[in-house]
Design a protein around this ligand. Structure first.
Ligand code: ATP
Length: 624
């Protein structure tokens, strides 16, 4: 199955079990958990574990000290009563370290939480950086198919879930289980086997019930997550397309579909909450049954058989209450652990996506010197439908090639292939006689500049957007590039000049201004090969003429490939290829093609006629 389909399927179909592929997940996670790069952080992690161990010892001694204090209040016959302030002092000290009833506020826990902050930040940073780098490594096809809102949600929740998983498992579930083990052993040794059995049975029943009910309700949580992803993706998509929404007056429709998505989410949320109530009730019944049986047994042994003392009862009851405290949270911890696994699944699906276009082993760095470009028998299909069929051409260094032809014939595809955004099915593409499949994508793209058909800018300042062409360029170079693109004067008329923020996707600039920023950006990059994909399509005739001059300057002595609809912009080209249905149907210089009387000549004639009509219209308007 193709990777995008698989990715989407993973998002929409419930997986079999939360724990499936558990070790695989841990293996992917492991490098993020142990701070390999920092010795200091490694010491901190070890210190946190020491504090955790200390906490277990304290949990055992708090009930024992309680028993000793109670016994000191009712000394055996013949022994004088003494004020055991020393016991009280130790007890209070232990409580101070242990903290409140559920052990969450004590000094040890506070210290551990404080120390863990840096470790947690390390994990978060590593995951988020790796994830963004991974997303950037994925190929164009994946990005064209992704839903930005959904991917952002997965990133957020996935990162949170990994930290949640660590916190819950290492600092909550693991210590609770160790505490239970110590308690059972201690009760068997100092009381008798029956107390051990009661506590053991209660704990096992509790844990089994918690796990099985929680597993059962996982599907509702998963449904809830999917519905939530969809609702968020819907709102992000409608906000990103707000202009289209307004053009078609579809605000009400957008709100309604968002409402429907929310209703779906709330249906799953309702089921999730109801099943949670069922779980809580079952847990309550089990825990209190255990408490009842254990307490009755203890009282029986004090009153009837005299095997135990009042101090023992206090020990037993305070120990059990102390043990049950965190156990009350065990269900929550387990649910959170399981929820974290569910959230992580989507994150792992993202991480498992493989880039479609990868550098070959030992790929060389291409340093473009001449700038020749050659396509040799190139055939290509995005899916199954062939888009380019056996295309061959060569652009010598410094020459200009123009691609013309009907819309959808495959002109922009040629440009995308030169950037190696896709793998071709057959043939070869050469730059400076190097097969582009054998060089690194990064070095290839560094040497090529493009002014695309549809310029999208970062929501940042104009200066930032131009500087993006060469991040280390000086400010004077930025201004020079803006002058070259005929936009410097315009920028100075903006209140904030070069610091003007262009809005999301550059929407605060006009189409022509955006295009000129893109041209300035490419001028700054100063590549050996320039691709102009309808670079002046958004401009009026006067601005186009101005820019054409700067484009000519930019392209002089550079290999240039121009995709154009307006033929007047490419009459000077050294060679013109007419592409139709993915094939080169005519080729040659402008004069030759006009003379041929074929498709190009017809297109030229058509554009001349519409130009004549335009002139006539202008005359009529001027006359009135
Ligand atoms: P125009 O002059 O309108 O820009 P073009 O000649 O540049 O058109 P291309 O953009 O190269 O045409 O597209 C060629 C064909 O490939 C079109 O039929 C288009 O629908 C299809 N196509 C383009 N991009 C993709 C894609 N990512 N996935 C699938 N098909 C695509």
């Amino acid at each position: 199955m193709d990777p995008i389909r698989r990715f989407e399927t993973n998002l929409t179909e419930p997986a079999k079990s939360t724990w499936s592929g558990f070790w695989g997940k841990i293996k992917i996670l492991a490098p993020f958990l142990w701070p390999k790069k920092s010795c200091m952080l490694q010491i901190v992690v070890i210190l946190c574990f020491v504090l955790l161990g200390l906490g277990r010892v304290i949990n055992l001694f708090v009930p024992i000290f309680t028993k000793w204090i109670v016994n000191s209040l009712s000394p055996e016959e013949g022994e004088p009563a003494r004020v055991r302030w020393d016991l009280i002092l130790y007890y209070v000290l232990l409580k101070f370290l242990q903290g409140g009833g559920v052990g969450s506020m004590g000094l040890l826990n506070n210290l551990r939480t404080f120390l863990w902050i840096k470790v947690q930040q390390y994990t978060e940073r590593e995951i988020e950086v790796k994830l963004l780098a991974h997303l950037h490594s994925l190929s164009l096809r994946w990005h064209l198919n992704r839903k930005t809102g959904e991917v952002l949600r997965i990133m957020d929740r996935g990162t949170e879930s990994i930290n949640g998983l660590l916190n819950v498992f290492i600092f909550n579930i693991l210590p609770t289980l160790i505490d239970i083990f110590i308690a059972i052993t201690y009760l068997i040794i100092t009381f008798d086997i029956y107390f051990g059995i009661v506590v053991f049975a209660t704990m096992v029943l509790y844990i089994v019930a918690t796990i099985s009910v929680t597993e059962w309700r996982t599907k509702y949580q998963r449904q809830m997550n999917l519905a939530d992803n969809k609702a968020k993706a819907k709102s992000v998509d409608s906000l990103l397309n707000f202009e289209t929404v307004k053009y078609y007056g579809n605000e009400e429709y957008e709100v309604q579909t968002f409402r429907d998505a929310l209703l779906d989410f709330q249906k799953s949320e309702f089921k999730s909450i109801i099943t949670l109530n069922i779980l809580n009730t079952a847990q309550n019944v089990i825990i209190n049954s255990g408490l009842l049986i254990g307490s009755l047994l203890c009282v029986y042994k004090i009153v009837e058989t005299k095997e135990l003392t009042v101090g023992d009862y206090v020990l037993f009851s305070s120990y059990i209450v102390q043990l049950y405290g965190p156990l009350n949270f065990f269900g929550m911890y387990y649910r959170s652990l399981q929820g974290n696994f569910v959230d992580m699944e989507n994150l792992f699906d993202l991480l498992k996506q493989q880039p479609e276009v990868v550098d070959v082993k030992d790929a060389r760095n291409l340093s473009i010197k001449e700038g020749t470009v050659e396509f040799k028998n190139v055939s290509f299909a995005y899916n199954t439908e062939p888009i380019l069929k056996n295309i061959s051409f060569r652009v010598p260094a410094g020459k200009t090639l123009a691609l013309v032809g009907p819309s959808g014939s495959g002109k922009s595809t040629i440009i995308r292939l030169l950037f190696r955004f896709y793998n071709i099915q057959s043939g070869n593409i050469f730059v400076d006689d190097e097969d582009i499949e054998k060089v690194t994508q990064e070095s290839l793209r560094k040497g090529i500049g493009v002014v695309p058909q549809d310029t999208v800018l970062f929501n940042n300042t104009i200066k930032y957007n131009i500087l993006y062409g060469r991040l280390n360029a000086a400010e004077t170079d930025v201004i020079e590039a803006a002058r070259g693109a005929d936009i410097h004067e315009k920028i100075l008329t903006f209140t904030d000049g070069y610091e003007t923020v262009v809005g999301e996707r550059g929407l605060r600039l006009s189409g022509g201004e955006k295009q000129r920023v893109a041209i300035a950006r490419t001028l700054l990059k100063a590549p050996k090969i320039v691709l102009l994909d309808e670079a002046t399509s958004a401009l009026d005739t006067q601005t186009e003429r101005n820019i054409q001059e700067s484009l000519n300057k930019m392209c002089s002595n550079k290999t240039t490939i121009i995709v154009a609809h307006r033929l007047s912009t490419i009459v000077h080209a050294d060679e013109i290829l007419v592409i139709k249905d993915g094939c080169i149907v005519e080729r040659g210089k402008h004069e030759i093609l006009v003379g041929l009387g074929g498709i190009y000549a017809a297109m030229w004639q058509q554009q001349l006629t519409s130009k004549d009509e335009q002139l006539k219209m202008n005359e009529v308007c001027d006359g009135s």
